[in-house]
Design a protein around this ligand. Sequence first.
Ligand code: FES
Length: 150
Amino acid sequence: MDQFRLQVNGKHHQVRAPRDTPLLWVLREQLGLTGPKYGCGIGACGACTSIVDGQAARPCVTPLAEAGEHDITTVEGLSEHGDHPVQRAWIELDVAQCGYCQPGQIMSTVALLAANPDPDDDDIDRALRDNVCRCGTYSRIRAAVRLAAQ
Ligand code: FES
C-alpha cells in the first residue's frame, strides 16, 4: 500500500492504496463520492467523467499515482444543493431517464462550457461524443447544454 495526497472538490485527502489503483475506485470507495459511475472501466463510455485541472477526464483509467498533483472535481463538487447552472438546466429540461450516465454528461458539459461558453451543436456533439447514454437522451442533453450556456 502506498499513501497519496489528493485534492478533490477543494479538500485535501490522504488515501492508501496500490499506486496503480484506478482513481475511480478511490473516489467511490474511500472518499464516498459515488457521482462518478463505473461503466466500462476502459475510458470508453464516459460514465466516470470528472474534471481534472479544468479538463474532462476519465478516472477509471487514471492511476492513483498520477492523480496526486492535480485538482480533481467530481459532480458532488459542482454545488452544494445541485444548483450549478448546468445541473439546473438538466433539471429544468428533465434530461435524465435512468440517470446512470448523467453525472458524466454533466461534467463533460461543465468542461465544455468553461472552454467554450457559446458552443454550437457541432461543438456540443464533439465534446460529448464519448459520453454514452443507453437511454438515448441525446437530444435533451444537447438542449440542456444550450440552456446552460445562456
Ligand atoms: Fe470510465 Fe467508462 S467507466 S469511461
